[in-house]
Design a protein around this ligand. Structure first.
Ligand SMILES: C[S@@+](CC[C@H](N)C(=O)[O-])C[C@H]1O[C@@H](n2cnc3c(N)ncnc32)[C@H](O)[C@@H]1O
Length: 196
């Protein structure tokens, strides 16, 4: 039988720094809902590293689900992957929501859906954690990010790096406090929004 697991090389580079940052912001127990799980490599890595949490991977792309489940095989705290588009009206309830490298590779409507869905899913004080490259103060934070942004927009004009301030405004509109901003390697940021 063919192995359904997919591999995204970036996950091997960013998963350790991501874990270090997540440990400071995640609740001790409960469901960690991951939006846009992609290959599922983060879900499997985080489930193994954070056994007190339950991972719920999700993906918009139904073809990705078997691969995510294959990566999570043998991890009792990783649930079967769910098909979920960030713009969907109903999300599972969660203690924390994580979304890595999605909002610049999707139309802005996905960001608005993410904020709406996370606000409905989280308890008061629950964190919505975003990881990826962002513009700040109307400018790119590194030349490499500007090149990446141009590549994304050439592939799809609706894609592209988002302004941190616009993301924070969209979050505030759904009742999230201003984000804690954590600098990450390779000119990425982790943004932690708490639902108020
Ligand atoms: C660059 S990949 C990142 C995947 C994974 N989080 C990672 O870090 O490897 C972007 C992912 O976003 C997903 N995606 C795009 N639009 C989405 C949406 N509206 N709702 C949920 N997922 C979406 C894509 O299917 C893809 O798996």
């Amino acid at each position: 039988m063919t192995d359904p697991r997919r591999h995204a090389p970036a996950t091997l580079r960013n998963r350790e720094p991501l874990l270090v940052t997540l440990r400071r912001h995640l609740p001790a127990t409960g469901l960690l809902l991951e939006i846009a799980s992609g290959t599922g490599e983060h879900a499997a890595f985080l489930a193994a590293a954070l056994p007190h949490l339950t991972l719920q991977p999700t993906e918009r792309d139904p073809d990705a689900l078997p691969g995510i489940d294959a990566w999570c095989t043998g991890l009792p705290n990783c649930r079967p992957a769910l098909r979920l588009d960030a713009t969907a009206p109903r999300w599972p309830a969660a203690a924390a929501v994580l979304c890595v490298n999605m909002i610049h590779i999707a139309p802005w409507a996905a960001t608005l859906g993410l904020m709406r869905g996370a606000a409905a899913s989280l308890p008061v004080g629950g964190p919505l954690i975003l990881y990826g490259p962002f513009r700040r103060g109307g400018a790119h934070t590194a030349p490499g990010n500007a090149v990446f942004d141009a590549e994304l927009r050439a592939r799809d004009p609706a894609w592209g790096l988002r302004d941190l301030e616009a993301v924070a405004e969209a979050a505030a509109a759904q009742g999230f406090a201003p984000p804690i901003v954590e600098p990450m390697p390779a000119n990425n940021l982790t943004l932690v929004f708490h639902r108020s």
